[in-house]
Design a protein around this ligand. Sequence first.
Ligand SMILES: C[S@@+](CC[C@H](N)C(=O)[O-])C[C@H]1O[C@@H](n2cnc3c(N)ncnc32)[C@H](O)[C@@H]1O
Length: 262
Amino acid sequence: MYKRLFPSIRNYTTSKSTVDPNEIEHFRHVADEWWNKNGRLRGLHTFNNVRIPFIQNRLIKIGVLRPHERITTSSQDFSILDVGCGGGILTEGLSRLGYNVTGLDPNSELIDVAKFHVKDENLPQLQYECSTIEEFGVTNSEKYNVVVSSETIEHVTEKEEFLKSSIQCLKPGGSLFITTINKTWLGRFSAIDLWENVFKCVPKGTHEYDKFIGLNDLIEMLSKEKCTTIFTSGLFYNPYLNKWYSTKNKYFSYALHAIKVC
Ligand SMILES: C[S@@+](CC[C@H](N)C(=O)[O-])C[C@H]1O[C@@H](n2cnc3c(N)ncnc32)[C@H](O)[C@@H]1O
């Protein structure tokens, strides 16, 4: 009955699934607002101003991209996987810079929103897949130069499995980028009290403190999967100005760059 009413909810209740069906149901309710830049997801839109340069600058820093490739089309064999892409705000932003990007999300309604947003455009470098990362990883092992997962791990159950499958998709030596809210009282205060309850710039009930992950715990989980963290930065979102900042303070939110050991 439940699945008939909510067709976007598949059977994600198997023991190793990283998907919490409540999350699928929660994001269904905001699917229609995904591309409203002044709506309740406005923070994800302005986040591109900070997270895309973060990814590009780090790839330039480690010599994977040359500075002049920052904006022009990258070579055909350079590909990015965006895990938990939602309606495609980051995925599309990256593809518009010329990169080959695949956006992956288990929520079929969000994948439909992402596809619909580019339906009249010719963007052959942009693809979307509706799947869990654990299913996708099996057939896409060591395929991507870069795996990105932004504002997603805080919605995932079985975080080790999620990281393991994401890393499985990376080529040896490839880069993993993660952004998330820190599991600190400042992380909870900003994301739940300020964003959700005071400024209402995030739908109420989006975040659960227990599902947040601390920076050191994430670094440790990654090292167990043979992924070495080489850089971290703090992130701060000012909901009043709808503006993101890279900061030294990592207690609110953070961005991480790790490399899969060869
Ligand atoms: C806050 S949205 C972020 C969307 C996108 N990454 C962005 O920043 O614009 C969180 C996304 O995580 C996805 N998600 C939840 N659990 C997931 C899982 N286990 N694996 C992959 N994605 C998941 C949701 O469907 C949703 O699209």
